[in-house]
Design a protein around this ligand. Sequence first.
Ligand SMILES: [Zn+2]
Length: 378
Amino acid sequence: MVKTWIASVLLVALPAISLASGPTKIASYDRTLWSEPIDSPKRFDRASRQEILAFVRVIDSNPLTDEASIQAFTGIKVPNTDGVERWLSETRLRLVDNYAAASLPCVTTEECPSAGDWQTLALLANKVSIVSAEDRWRSAALGFYSTYLYEQVRLAALFPGVTSEIAKLDEREQNGFELADRQFVLTFDDGPSRNSESDKLAELLRANGQEAFFFALGERLSDRLKTQGLKALGDLYRGQCLASHGYSHVPHQKLAGWEKSLADTRQLTGQIQPELAGKNWFRPPYGQRTREQVAYIDEQGGRVLLWNIDSQDWNARLSAEAMRDRVITLMLLWRRGVLLFHDIHPKVRAVLPQLNVFMQQSDLTPLSCLQLINPTDN
Ligand SMILES: [Zn+2]
């Protein structure tokens, strides 16, 4: 009895999506601390500037310049110091660019002091003392970015021994940073659900006119195919882009049979959604993959799609609201990207209507999966 109970708890808590080597802290903070509702493009940009400055301040106050400081910050014994440096320099450039983009609608330099390089931006970020009326927001934001910096630096320090979304192995891969300012793509992993969760989510997306990627597991497609048949599965993904998450939810970086995993899943996705046969996009479980796999996917007419906005929706430590607030905060920070959710959890369905309102009011551009797959058709 006890054994069964433990087994069922483990089944709920552990399998498909627990990170092989996940972080111990997850960033989120209560967005109602921000001073105004984000319901217009101007307010989006205003909030975006402040999010960027908060992250700049946190990066600037954590010098991660040598092995000892990165070891102390991440707890990783042998960190990839070059990888961390590369991530930091890319991130600094992105934040300078994003601050400029978020400042475009400003009329006066008082409202948005210009900062065309990292040093100027860091000076600006440190200028605001934490004594004002915005205190509660600012200290929450600084806490958020301290944890977020830890999440990111940890991944960069583990790469490429453990590959992840933190860096590309090859320019043929996409992670969302290639998109234009204010463009976002929705992606859902690990389905189809054993219950009707995936079906409800896909229905909701269709009702909203949204076309998302579903990176499904071959074994789950195969199970559904046996019980429900081909037509039902075709209907499930109608109007959405069905793609591969591998046959089973295992890291493919060290998987001996990866080619079979991809071929078997490709056979299923091609059968269920023949209109996308020959466009075999792949999302590696945990983002773990090899250069050889990237080249293979390219030969199959697909792409490896990573992500840059990880909702952590699978994580029991985040409520649906905390997960939504984390996603909105990262959308304000990065201003573009690929959003990672899971269609086997109800959390995303609960917050999708609010995310859609936020996107509409802020004049953000939802890119459909087909726009990514067939960019020349647009
Ligand atoms: Zn997954």
